[in-house]
Design a protein around this ligand. Sequence first.
Ligand code: NDP
Length: 270
Amino acid sequence: TPAAASGDEGLFSGAVLFIYLLCPLNILSLLFVTAPYGKHSRAGWGPIISPAIAWFLMESPTLWLPLLLLPAGRHSSNPIALFILCLFFVHYIHRTLIYPLRLRRLRRPAGSIASGFPLSVAAIAFVFNFLNAYVQTRSVSHYSDYGGRQWRAGVSTAARVAIGLSIFIWGMAVNIRSDLALVKLKAEGGRGYKIPRGGWFEAVSCPNYMGEVAEWLGWAVVAWSPAALGFFFFTASNLVPRARSHHKWYVDKFGEDYPTSRKAILPFVF
Ligand code: NDP
């Protein structure tokens, strides 16, 4: 009915707006309180679960919710919509299924950095992923206008999609390679964290975060929607402050041994 349709539209617009509003709140709170997992783990955040289980559970809405929502979209069989959603899935199949399997294989000898993951942090991430999966799926499969100017067949559309896709693929490659290098370092480093070396680690402390931010920038360039742009801003608002905290942590821990030319997340700049 028209009333139900306008209710759905109101819910969707409100959720997109909420993602934008979360960005400044996120930056502000992360400047004062670093999310308490990994290097920044500390007591007082409630029960702890294994990082592999945490990543699997908290990222899982990005796989099952789109599958549930897609059939209800007016573009559910539009090839452009399916292509954009496929990119989202490629990222989240890795993050939800493959990455936790890699973490699970880590051996944890006595005295190792077998840090756990607070259930409270995983629960917050679950809620965000649920919201974001709803927003991105509905945007791509229902509310985007593939008959509009930004999708008109022609050189400018092809160029935009090619540029966005290249940034997305580059970001994903850097993200996965850097995460792999870190997990390998963790597996080797029985007695604690080490200074990561090689590749993009020579330029920044957190190339995995740099790659992730680039991925969602590229995806937003391809999808060209307020929802996708909001997710890019949200990812940056989350990972830039955390990269700053990681960078400071490395400098504090390793002092003069830590390469001074290394920035936090953006080579030569920040
Ligand atoms: P980290 O870089 O903090 O850690 C990744 C893994 O490497 C962890 O297992 C960590 O162990 C280990 N590790 C990190 N540094 C070292 C070191 N110097 N020596 C040995 N081992 C190390 O990444 P996150 O856990 O924060 O994030 C994982 C992935 O999730 C990333 O790809 C990130 O981009 C993505 N992500 C995306 C977000 C978004 O908003 N889209 C939000 C958060 C993460 P330990 O856990 O013990 O520190």
